[in-house]
Write a new protein. Structure first.
Ligand code: ZN
Ligand code: ZN
Length: 345
């Protein structure tokens, strides 16, 4: 086996506008799996908005230089001591969750996403923007054979976190579900929702006409801008935008007892103008809830992969070679938001 590998590494945080090529191509030793870890030969790695948060210091990595990437698809090529879950050659996927303590009340109740010692792939450990990666075997997931590498990659974060948001929305079949924003996560969650709940009504709020057309092509019942009114009051909204304005715009569209689920790792700071728009009596009275989504559990990742493996759920992807990771990141920041972006190796 090879002794060295190509990787794209981040040396320090800076805004992408100041440093449009934040990742440096490097030749590094192939990592050696320690006890309980597997070595993965990476085949594809999704590019996520959170990678921009890592680069621009909103969720700064815990060490440098670091290899980003937390939607890692690959094949098991090595196993450390006490790693027996996967055989050599197994296809696996790794998402944002890299590790958790395994002992706290959250870990013991299947909510390891809330563990205080939660470690993230590509932020607290090297990720998948490289030819090889090592991960704890307990945090890798089996990939269904029917899923192509590039289709599986965006499911590992955009899909899994979105799937978690769908679960946390509490919707049941026949309900009205709104989507606030329609990017990589939204386009997967809409398909998952359609598959799980055939009678669900799906209403998509998106700024760009192109995103609205895309949503309709995937089976949305209605699309509009944030100040338009959908044909029915909404049981829940899944919000994937990085701003607060959708809460002010869409909370009035929620039914009494409705839930607004924020599926974003961060929101831009709220300004007084937006705050003034959120009137308690008008927006949040009648037991309306706001709920955030934090990270993902292994169960979210496994379930979304299984769902995709047995249905026609398929992310739309744009592929880039590993060496073009900087271009993919800039396209994500500035360019079109349709579907998901994936590096291939
Ligand atoms: Zn824990
Ligand atoms: Zn992500």
């Amino acid at each position: 086996m090879k002794k060295t590998m190509q990787a794209m590494v981040l040396d320090h945080c800076a805004p992408l506008t100041e440093n449009p090529n934040p990742l440096r191509s490097a030749e590094l030793p192939v990592p050696i799996p320690r006890s309980g870890e597997i070595l993965i030969e990476v085949k594809a790695c999704g590019v996520c908005r959170t990678d921009l948060d890592d680069i621009e210091a909103r969720t700064a990595p815990s060490f440098f230089p670091i290899i980003l990437g937390h939607q890692v698809v690959g094949v098991v090529r090595g196993r450390g001591e006490r790693a027996s879950r996967f055989t050599q050659g197994s296809r696996v996927g790794v998402g944002w969750i890299h590790s958790a303590c395994g002992e706290c009340e959250y870990c013991l109740s299947g909510r390891e996403n809330l563990c205080a010692r939660f470690g993230a792939t590509g932020r607290d450990a090297d990720g998948g923007y490289a030819e090889y990666a090592v991960v704890p075997e307990g945090f890798a997931a089996f990939l269904p054979d029917s899923l192509a590498d590039t289709a599986a990659a965006p499911l590992l974060c955009a899909g899994a976190v979105g799937y978690r948001a769908l679960r946390l929305s509490g919707i049941t079949d026949g309900d009205a579900l709104g989507f606030s924003g329609f990017g990589a996560s939204g386009h997967i969650v809409l398909q998952a929702a359609r598959t799980l709940f055939p009678r669900l009504r799906l209403y998509v709020f998106a700024r760009s006409p192109e995103q609205r057309r895309f949503a309709l092509s995937l089976g949305a019942d209605w699309t509009g801008s944030f100040d338009e009114t959908p044909p029915r009051p909404l049981d829940a909204v899944i919000d994937t935008t990085p701003v607060w304005e959708p809460l002010a715009r869409l909370a009035p569209r929620l039914k009494a007892g409705g839930r607004f689920v924020i599926n974003a790792i961060r929101k831009e700071s709220i300004d007084n103008e937006i705050l003034a728009m959120i009137e308690y009596e008008q927006h949040l009275w009648l037991e309306k809830e706001i709920k955030s989504v934090a990270n993902v559990t292994r169960r979210d990742i496994e379930e979304v992969l299984q769902l995709a493996g047995r249905t026609s759920l398929e992310p739309e992807v744009t592929v880039y070679p590993l060496a073009d990771a900087n271009r993919a990141l800039n396209d994500l920041k500035h360019g079109d938001q349709r579907g998901a972006k994936v590096l291939v190796l």
